[in-house]
Ligand binder design. Structure first.
Ligand SMILES: [Ca+2]
Ligand SMILES: [Ca+2]
Ligand SMILES: [Ca+2]
Length: 456
């Protein structure tokens, strides 16, 4: 410490503390207290006013530090235990701080960051590639379709046991495209109550290479009401999950005696059909089709038919014996046979399928009124040659008209004996590719993998 009469000599040395006798001995911004020049607000007891000023700056730095800058708190902690932000930011600097979702920066631990915390926009509120964080579980479904022309088609998703929690409301699933944004239509065909498997349908544009969709479970029915979007273009779709089950709002009834349901269907449950009972639609309504039509059904014979022809009936749309809009059966020879009244059309496929009992096959007939052709299919592949015809059916339905699945109004020996599943009737001539997809989609060959996320 040196004495210097500041006011008189003007000798002010920065960083030096001056002795004084009066305020006039001190620099202009200081006063004389207890013989030493110091700031007016300071306390001589704490060793100097700079310390307090430093404390204030330190606190400001702590706040800035917690906001994400790492430079402010470089100095030793000032010991001000009351500054909560400083403590919350420990350890300093904030190298261990979690990433911030929604700051438009993809940081460690984030799969994406779209600058917001909104759901269902491709990047979730947790910055994951996840449709909506309110769904705790999803199933990643890997897909691969056969090579074909573009087909917009229903695709069956069979979800194995263990795919999702037993408590999840499986009748309220959502199907989302791989962009985590596009919600696809969904129909829950089967949601078992005692196991954790399920059968869904969605609709996709094929072909697709290696692709995937995601099934989300566990939230209230935000995707309800999209079922009809799975089945445009069909007059009737019948899953036979029960003996009166149909998917396209077509009332399906039992024939006398009624068919029993077996869980051992081609997909989910199916109906056991015999001459004593089959499912039917009466009156046929929109299923009475005299224009182009496509008939599809899965069948498993328990025994070959006992008649000498017209046996193993699959479809019969009839008003009476002499009024039929379409008919399809499997002759015991393995040839498919189509028929309708008013035109004299009665033709077999030019090739045969090897029939065996207890063996599922997908059978189809396409009547193309525009091209005047009939095509037969087994398991998605055309059976034999295209057959031409000259006249389409002309009979309208009458008061006793019906659609039979497996039944035959002419002779009980012509009924189907076995199990039928997944019948469809479309008022159009579906393409060969569409039938290939229909077969593959029901057989499950389009789905190549299912993975639960998160894993159990
Ligand atoms: Ca971020
Ligand atoms: Ca988002
Ligand atoms: Ca079924």
């Amino acid at each position: 410490m040196l004495f210097c009469l500041v006011a008189a000599s003007g000798c002010v040395v920065p960083g030096v503390t001056y002795a004084c006798r009066a305020d006039g001995d001190c620099p202009a911004d200081q006063v004389c207290a207890t013989g030493i020049c110091q700031s007016p607000s300071g306390s001589g007891a704490d060793g100097g006013s700079d310390d307090d000023a430093g404390a204030a700056a330190d606190d400001a730095g702590a706040a800035a530090d917690d906001a994400g800058t790492s430079s402010a708190d470089a100095g030793p902690d000032d010991g001000d235990a009351g500054t909560a932000p400083d403590d919350a930011g420990a350890p300093e600097p904030d190298a261990g701080a979690p990433p911030e979702c929604g700051n438009d920066l993809v940081e460690a631990g984030e799969q994406c960051d779209d600058g917001n915390v909104a759901e269902r926009d491709g990047c979730s509120s947790a910055c994951r590639r996840w449709w909506d964080e309110s769904f705790p579980v999803r199933l990643r479904v890997g897909l691969r379709s056969p090579a074909l022309a573009a087909v917009d088609a229903p695709v069956g998703l069979a979800l194995p046991a263990g795919s999702f929690p037993a408590t999840a409301p499986r009748d309220r699933a959502c199907v989302v495209a791989d962009d985590q944004r596009t919600v696809l239509p969904v129909e829950v065909e089967r949601a078992a109550t005692t196991t954790t498997d399920a059968l869904l349908w969605t609709r996709l544009t094929l072909p697709i290479g290696d692709s995937e969709v995601f099934v989300y479970f566990g939230d209230a029915g935000v995707c309800a009401g999209t079922q009809a979007q799975v089945w445009p273009g069909y007059a009737g779709v019948f899953h036979f999950e029960t003996n009166v089950d149909s998917a396209a709002s077509v009332p399906l009834a039992d024939a006398a005696g009624g068919p029993s349901v077996t869980l051992d269907g081609r997909r989910g449950a199916a109906v056991n059909v015999s001459s004593s009972g089959w499912p039917q639609v009466t009156p046929p309504g929109a299923l009475w089709i005299t224009g182009s039509v496509t008939l599809e059904i899965w069948g498993r014979l328990s025994a070959l038919g006992s008649a000498s022809n017209w046996e193993n009936t699959l479809f019969q749309a009839a008003g009476d014996f002499a009024s039929q809009a379409y008919f399809l059966n499997i002759e015991n020879s393995g040839r498919l046979r189509g028929y309708w009244e008013s035109s004299g059309f009665d033709q077999w496929s030019t090739a045969a399928v090897a029939l065996a009992t207890d063996d599922w096959h997908h059978y189809a007939m396409v009547r193309d009124n525009g091209a005047r052709t009939v095509r037969f299919y087994v398991d998605g592949a055309q059976l034999g040659s295209v057959i031409t015809f000259s006249g389409p059916p002309t009979d309208g339905p009458n008061p006793s008209s019906f659609i039979y699945f497996g039944g035959n109004t002419t002779a009980s020996s012509r009924c189907f004996s076995g199990t039928l599943d997944e019948a469809r009737i479309a008022p159009a001539a579906l393409s060969a590719d569409a039938l290939a997809v229909s077969y593959a989609a029901t057989a499950g060959t389009i789905v190549v993998s299912t993975t639960r996320e998160p894993a159990l």
